[in-house]
Design a protein around this ligand. Sequence first.
Ligand SMILES: CC(C)(COP(=O)(O)OP(=O)(O)OC[C@H]1O[C@@H](n2cnc3c(N)ncnc32)[C@H](O)[C@@H]1OP(=O)(O)O)[C@@H](O)C(=O)NCCC(=O)NCCS
Length: 127
Amino acid sequence: MRFYSRKLIKPGDLNARNTLFGGALLHWIDEEAGIYAMTKLDSKEVVTKYISEIDFVSSAKQGEVIEIGLGFNAIGRTSISFSCEVRNIFTKQSIIKIENIVFVNVDENGKPKAHGKNLNNIALIKY
Ligand SMILES: CC(C)(COP(=O)(O)OP(=O)(O)OC[C@H]1O[C@@H](n2cnc3c(N)ncnc32)[C@H](O)[C@@H]1OP(=O)(O)O)[C@@H](O)C(=O)NCCC(=O)NCCS
């Protein structure tokens, strides 16, 4: 797993308990993983298809900095999938873990389209 974006937790990212709002975290993860899928598939036409069970391991507070990690799981004909972990950048305390996030490459009508990538021609650590 490699860690990519860092985020500073600000007041607008909090829930009613003043800890990190899970919806904000999922927004960041979906965006980060979507960009990762685009770079791996050399396509901007990717959509989130599936997110597996989500484990909110621990909370995070305003002023803390988190980093979003992604690991390659699998590549199919139209899809690509990753695992994800978000952790505190300094303490490395895990905040969330997701086993499987699947993105599908689509055509102009939003239908699945073969992306042409496989284990032999995908640049897993290109970006
Ligand atoms: C993405 C979408 C086009 C896929 O359509 P579909 O008819 O389910 O497509 P298919 O059944 O042909 O599956 C396409 C790929 O997704 C994979 N897939 C489908 N359902 C899956 C699931 N539940 N879990 C994991 N992978 C899944 C298939 O294995 C296939 O991968 P492969 O071609 O690499 O083998 C369609 O579901 C859709 O438009 N969903 C909305 C997407 C969206 O708007 N996302 C933004 C958030 S709302």
